[in-house]
Design a protein around this ligand. Sequence first.
Ligand code: SF4
Length: 330
Amino acid sequence: MSETAPLLDVDDVGVSYGRARVLSGVSLTVRPGEVVGVVGETGSGKTTLVRAVVGLVSPDAGRITFDGTDVTALGGRPLRGFRRTGAVQLVFQDPLRSLDPDLTVAAIVAEGLAIAGGLTRAEQAERVDEALTRVGLDPSLGARRPGQISGGQRQRVALARAIAVRPKLLLCDEPVSALDSSSRNRVLLLLDRLRRELGVAIVMISHDLTSLAGVVDRVAVLFGGRLVEQGPVDEVFGDPRHPYTALLVASAPSIGERPLGRPAASLRPARDREPWPHADGCRYAPLCPFATAECAVEPRREATGDGRTVACHHAGTWSDHVEQTTGALT
Ligand code: SF4
């Protein structure tokens, strides 16, 4: 898979809203059929990243290439044309808000097909039935409205709408966080099946590591609009090298079959630590229990030789520095 050209190539992208820098130097690739997780808390920039990929937000630095098209260079009609192809599909967290309550399920699933054009009504109806069946729904459900079906079914309808246009990439923004645990597992299994059966690549945005653990091939961790660690999921979750990733992993006990050997508490800043005195440098430093004077300079992303990159001056070796941190911040 590593030999395949990327389907999506996000290269050193930066986005600002007014004076607020919400993404900075973000690079990420997704290959055909690959599932990549993007993890981060609210405000980490993960939704902005998704919006930039579909051209809803214009980066002020870097480039986003999808299937050979420079998305960042598109505007006006060419951008509308790119969206109309449906090659990139968004699936949102709350399907009740993203599905028109007045339309039937069949009409909702047909929306993208109508926009893309080129199909007769009969062909559209066939594709709708096929998409509903693929996501495990009986096509007879097509006559109902979103308010008449369950939350799990609504998320399946959102997925059916997305796959009906035969996309190459699904961008799923917190696709299961509004669901109860059994619906969540079923939707995660469904995403895995869609990837295998359709060869569609998937980017799954989530604040919840547990929902990503069994599904994604690679994972990228965002903090403060920067990518702090990315790589194969087993390496990143099994042996995190960035202190923030380590805190996330230690705080998600259900992926603790790969024990970290550190309780989450030891990865949070001690209450009596002196405040971080620098305005620049590593964004995580004000929270990092392992910050040293060196961290006043922003760390660059470095490859660690096992397929991942980490942006931390003390990647994976913080324990060696922890004794030195007291009194070493100024
Ligand atoms: S660079 Fe320093 S402050 Fe930033 S995460 Fe690494 S150890 Fe912590």
